[in-house]
Design a protein around this ligand. Structure first.
Ligand code: ATP
Length: 633
């Protein structure tokens, strides 16, 4: 269902879901004997650890194995505070989780400069460092560990039975699942998914990537520490092994098995792994003898993971999600989503005639300079991609940047938007110099952009993809959108309305709940334009928006750009389609080998011999070149 139609809200359905959850937990706690209740409580702790991994790895796409360290901080923190200093258990739990959160936040910035397997190695090293530290430190009891921990006391009610552990652990799991599901519907959750999908596009939408990664890592550290604290109060004894590499690997197995992209994956994975272990323990001794259990478990789980990774990388939760979708469609009589043909209300495709109509609709009168670039230079080693370019974009103006392949057009736009730092030169937006700002900081000056290759986000529908562009139109943070507070709900409604307005304007409303990645290239390009517009920019940069568009769609886009200009927006468009450029632009900036070749009106440029020679091709006369309808590269 579209994110627009399934908004962030607090309804009676949440109450029913909570009642069902608690009912199942109480039923299990009441029916299970002490052995199975203990097992159930431990599975709850593992589910919590996997939920932390879902946040960092599944949502934000950052592969972290630091879970062992924060789990241990929670367990040892609670133990030290309660056993050595006599603190009240709940207060110790909160303090241990706070310490884990603060530590997580402090190390996140340097840590997330790393990517991929370097990040995985560094986070695994954190777990190992923690393990070695507690294993060798005297005050933690070294390899012997520490005992004497008392059961958690919940306002006079001692949680000493296995049944009470089940209830507490699974209520905490339920709260975290709800928080993570809710987070996904708000601006912070969307920002995380956008980071996972395409960092440059997320930054261009105004997402502060280092800060978002640090916050999600902090949240994950806190969840892991709470799990550690619950572990300590359940087992009443801590020693180093549960907080080492093996736990990090077990939690990874749970997340992979259940599915990393959904909090349900963590719950399903934790239960499934335990059921598989129990099944192997029950069946294997009869077949191969008791000695085969250990190796058999490793082998079967390993094979299962390989199969899951190959067949269903989104795990059991992903497969179940598809099954539920299928059943719902069958019951509702819906058909599976089909490819949607490009649609447009545009009937005429004669761009010159349309331009005349647009000019009659109201003249575009360029206002003050919105963006000014001076002496922009970009070198990549020996290649000078952009060479001493000056450029001004005015309010209400459509400026086209054209030039042969490799002329430096995309590099120029990347420097204007903060995606690429210039080697020399300055960029000023309004009165503010933005030269050395990063993309998310430049976006705050109401600059939006699209990319040459559409940058969409895995698993997001069109509505949510577009809503990412409204990131800077809201300010609700991670905690408030996980709860969700009335302010968060109000903000989401406003963002949904603004998104709906842009979708309607761009003829995309009927695609709102389609997976954006499944659309045609042309539709994906328009979705990107919508994402850029929903942020209500004063300057929009479009990198080859016509690629993949049919004639009618190009004509619609051309009319849209003219209309945006009339509304006072400054538009910079890179395009190879000359018919589109000549019809939509007020001025054309021609680049060749990184240098400015000519700046002028469409008429001036298309009659310029230097431009014809360099870009439009050696023509016998200017008119012939002007007639060159489409230049493809
Ligand atoms: N990250 C990079 N590292 C090295 N060279 C680069 C990099 N990005 C661009 N270049 C080089 O800079 C020059 C300009 O590239 P750019 O992509 O800006 O051109 P363009 O005009 O946008 O081309 P096209 O129309 O094909 O998109 C090219 O020679 C390109 O190979």
């Amino acid at each position: 269902m579209s994110e627009l139609r399934s908004p962030l809200t607090l309804s009676w359905r949440h109450g029913v879901a909570a009642a069902v959850w608690i009912g199942i937990v109480l039923l299990f706690a009441g029916l299970a004997n002490a052995y199975y209740a203990g097992l159930g409580a431990t599975v709850g702790i593992l589910a919590l650890l996997a939920l932390g991994m879902v946040l960092v790895t599944g949502y934000a796409g950052q592969f972290s194995l630091a879970v062992g360290a924060f789990y241990g901080i929670g367990a040892y923190g609670s133990t030290l505070l309660t056993v050595k200093y006599g603190w009240y258990g709940l207060v110790a739990l909160v303090l241990a989780a706070t310490v884990a959160g603060v530590l997580g936040y402090a190390i996140a910035r340097p840590l997330f400069r790393l990517r991929g397997h370097f990040l995985a190695m560094a986070t695994l090293a954190l777990t190992e460092v923690f393990y070695l530290s507690v294993n060798n430190a005297g005050f933690t009891g070294g390899s012997t560990g520490m005992g004497g921990i008392q059961p958690l006391d919940l306002f006079g009610f001692s949680l000493s039975s296995s049944a009470s552990h089940v209830v507490v652990n699974w209520v905490v799991v339920g709260l975290v699942v709800w928080g993570i599901l809710t987070l996904r519907k708000g601006r912070e959750g969307r920002a995380l998914l956008a980071i996972r999908g395409h960092e440059a596009a997320a930054a261009a939408a105004g997402v502060n990537i280092p800060s978002a990664k640090a916050r999600v890592f902090t949240a994950s550290a806190v969840i892991s520490a709470v799990a550690g604290s619950l572990y300590a109060h359940q087992y009443l004894y801590v020693n180093p092994p549960p907080f080492g590499l093996q736990t990090a690997i077990d939690v990874l197995m749970i997340a992979v098995l259940g599915g990393m992209r959904s909090p349900w994956g963590a719950v399903i994975g934790a239960i499934a792994l335990e059921v598989i272990y129990q099944g192997i323990e029950a069946i294997l001794p009869g077949l191969l003898g008791t000695g085969a259990v250990g190796a058999g478990q490793q082998l079967i789980i390993g094979l299962l993971l390989v199969v899951i990774l190959v067949v269903r990388p989104d795990g059991i939760a992903g497969a179940l999600g598809d099954l539920i979708g299928f059943v719902r469609r069958r019951l509702g009589g819906d058909r599976a989503p089909e490819a949607v043909a490009p649609t447009t209300t545009q009937t005429s495709t004669d761009m010159r005639a349309l331009r005349r109509q647009e000019d009659e609709a109201g003249p575009v009168s360029p206002g003050s300079v919105v963006l000014s670039a001076r002496g922009l230079l970009k070198r990549y080693g020996g290649v000078t991609a952009v060479d001493d370019v000056d450029l001004d974009i005015h309010e209400g103006e459509v400026l086209a940047v054209i030039g042969p392949n490799g002329a430096g057009k995309s590099t120029l736009v990347n420097m204007l938007s903060g995606n690429t730092p210039p080697t020399a030169g300055t960029v000023t937006i309004g009165n503010v110099e933005t030269t050395s700002m990063r993309a998310h900081e430049v976006a705050r000056h109401r600059l939006s952009r699209t990319f040459q290759t559409p940058c969409l986000f895995e698993g997001m529908d069109v509505a949510a993809t577009v809503k990412v562009g409204a990131h800077l139109r809201g300010n609700v943070g991670m905690l408030r959108s996980s709860i969700p507070t009335p302010a968060a709900v109000r903000e989401e409604r406003r963002l949904a309305d603004e998104t709906q307005a842009v979708l309607t304007r761009l003829d995309l409303a009927h695609l709102a709940d389609r997976d954006a990645k499944n659309l045609s290239l042309g539709q994906q390009k328009i979705v990107e334009v919508a994402r850029a517009l929903v942020g209500q920019p004063r300057l929009i940069l479009l990198d080859e928006p016509c690629a993949g568009l049919n004639k009618a769609e190009k004509a619609s886009l051309m009319q849209l750009l003219r209309a945006l200009g009339r509304e006072g927006l400054a538009v910079l468009v890179i395009e190879h389609d000359m018919e589109f450029v000549m019809a939509s632009a007020d001025r054309v900036h021609v680049l060749n080998f990184g240098k400015t070749l000519r700046v002028g009106t469409p008429d001036e440029v298309q009659n310029d011999h230097a431009v014809i020679d360099a870009y439009l091709g050696v023509a016998t006369d200017a008119d012939e070149a002007a007639e060159s309808v489409e230049v493809t590269h």
